[in-house]
Design a protein around this ligand. Structure first.
Ligand code: DAT
Ligand code: MG
Length: 137
C-alpha cells in the first residue's frame, strides 16, 4: 500500500552534513522524495508537531534543540513507508539503535542527548497526515 510520511532531518543531522547520506538511504530503499524544503522553524510549528509530548520532562529541551538550527522537511512516498522509514531510522535512543539504521550508525552517546537523534519519522497514518499538513501547508 503506497503511503506518504513526513521525515525531518533534525538540526544535528544538518549540522553534521548528514543530509545527503540520509536522503541516499531513503532513495536506496526505493522510496520517492515527493517534496523537500529547508526550514528554520518557529516555536509554534514545533509545539503543534510535538503536541503529544507537551508536559513531559524532555519536551522543552526537545523544542529548544529543534529551534537550534535549520532542519530539512521531506515528503516521502512508498509502499508501507511509514513503518519502513521508522525501521530505517532505528529506535529513539541512538545509543540503543541497531547498527545499519540511521540512528544506530550515526548516533553517538558521548555527551549527546536523546533528542539529538538525527531524524523524525511519522509513527502512524494519522500522524503522517497531520504532520504533512503542518510542514507542507
Ligand atoms: P521518536 O522520535 O522515535 O518517534 P518520540 O516520538 O517518543 O520518539 O519522542 C520524540 C523525540 O523526543 C525523540 O526523537 C527524542 C526525544 N525524546 C523522546 N524520549 C526522550 C527521553 N526519554 N529523553 C530525552 N528525549 C527524549
Ligand atoms: Mg515520535
Amino acid at each position: 500500500m503506497v503511503e506518504e510520511t513526513l521525515v525531518l532531518i533534525k538540526p544535528d543531522g544538518v549540522a553534521r552534513s548528514l543530509t545527503g547520506e540520509i536522503l541516499r538511504r531513503i532513495e536506496a530503499k526505493g522510496y520517492s522524495l515527493v517534496d523537500i524544503r529547508m526550514v528554520q522553524p518557529e516555536r509554534d510549528i514545533l509545539a503543534a508537531h510535538y503536541a503529544e509530548h507537551e508536559g513531559k520532562p524532555f519536551y522543552e529541551p526537545l523544542v529548544e534543540f529543534m529551534l537550534s538550527g535549520p532542519i530539512v522537511a521531506i515528503r516521502v512516498a512508498g509502499d508501507r513507508v511509514i513503518e519502513g522509514f521508522r525501521m530505517l531510522s532505528g529506535t529513539t535512543d541512538p545509543t540503543l539503535a541497531a547498527p545499519g539504521t540511521i540512528r544506530g550508525d550515526f548516533g553517538r552517546d558521548w555527551g549527546l542527548k536523546v533528542q539529538q537523534n538525527l531524524v523524525h519519522g511519522s509513527d502512524s497514518p494519522e500522524s503522517a497526515a497531520r504532520e504533512l499538513a503542518l510542514w507542507f501547508a
